[in-house]
Design a protein around this ligand. Structure first.
Ligand SMILES: NC(=O)c1ccc[n+]([C@@H]2O[C@H](COP(=O)([O-])OP(=O)(O)OC[C@H]3O[C@@H](n4cnc5c(N)ncnc54)[C@H](OP(=O)(O)O)[C@@H]3O)[C@@H](O)[C@H]2O)c1
Length: 266
């Protein structure tokens, strides 16, 4: 990260805290953090404020990162309208809050980037999809990308409408993977394994498969076929899972339902 980046972080809970931990080591980095719970202390890098109204009048951050719950936004966001200036980009990670809703707080001159991260961000392995309004400069896009790369990888879309499906796929995605762990373990128990053993091997199978996928350049289809031999046990199970009424149409319905719910909530 280039020297001298200064940010204002609003909300330092799970996501805000994880991001701040990633930024701290950047040379010249400084942050003002507004968070009533005081999860961090004022030190050389961070200055803590309990309320946005306490921020110094001459404070001019490069980015204002909004990391409070969506339902807190109407209460939290409007006070930061005074930071709308060409040198400052607003970056929201609040699920479902649209760019239009932020323009409602800060006006159409505000440079706004909306992000959809997911929970593996807590361990630096999230994936975040970003979309910007027309006021965001190229340098500000780069800054927002770097801010989110502190907790994982980053993708951009140009059409904000895609964020509903992104929310369904990667936002909720970790829950589907954990459900897979649960279902695999339950099925092992039904097949005669002790629960503790079944839960342990199901969990480690998902963890190991994720790591194998990360380290491999092969597509998931190839990795899957590598496990299957014709007429073997895995092919038997995949024949059930990948039947015409199997996991693919089920996922299609699940993602369509979540996408629709995201549209409704927005
Ligand atoms: N967690 C995830 O994996 C995840 C994934 C994707 C997107 N997100 C988004 O990330 C945002 C933050 O989520 P989170 O899980 O980090 O929530 P969180 O742990 O509850 O953190 C939010 C923090 O903001 C504080 N806060 C509330 N009102 C405030 C205000 N007016 N000014 C400053 N701070 C305020 C909260 O304090 P109190 O608890 O006292 O209210 C809390 O400590 C949400 O908008 C969520 O949609 C989270």
């Amino acid at each position: 990260m280039s020297d001298g980046v200064t940010v204002l972080l609003i909300g330092c809970g799970k996501m805000g805290g994880a991001m701040l931990a990633g930024w701290r080591s950047w040379p010249g980095f400084g942050a003002a953090v507004v968070e009533p719970k005081a999860p961090v202390k004022t030190d050389d890098v961070v200055r803590l404020y309990m309320d946005g109204s306490e921020l110094p009048a001459d404070f001019a951050p490069d980015a204002v990162i909004v990391a409070v719950k969506p339902q807190e936004m109407d209460n939290a966001a409007p006070v930061y309208q005074r930071f709308v200036q060409p040198g400052t980009v607003f970056l929201s990670i609040a699920a479902g809050k649209t760019i239009a809703s932020f323009e409602g707080y800060w006006g159409k001159d505000a440079a706004i980037v909306r992000a959809m991260p997911n929970t593996p961000a807590a361990v630096g392995r999230g994936v975040t999809v970003l979309v910007a309004n027309d006021q965001v400069s190229e340098d500000q896009r780069v800054l927002c990308q770097r801010l989110l790369e502190a907790v994982g990888s980053v993708e951009w879309v140009e059409d904000e409408g895609m964020l509903d499906a992104v929310t369904a796929v990667s936002g909720g995605g970790p829950a589907y993977v954990f459900l897979l762990m649960e279902a695999l373990a339950d099925a092992g128990v039904a097949a005669g394994l002790p629960r503790a053993l079944s839960e342990s091997i199901a969990r480690q199978t998902v963890e190991g498969s994720g790591e194998l996928s990360r380290q491999s350049s092969d597509k998931p289809e190839t990795l899957r076929k590598n496990v299957m031999s014709p007429g073997g046990t895995t092919a038997e199970a995949v024949g059930v899972l990948d039947a015409p009424d199997g996991i693919r149409p089920l996922f299609e319905r699940a993602i369509a339902a979540a996408t629709q719910r995201s549209r409704e909530l927005a």
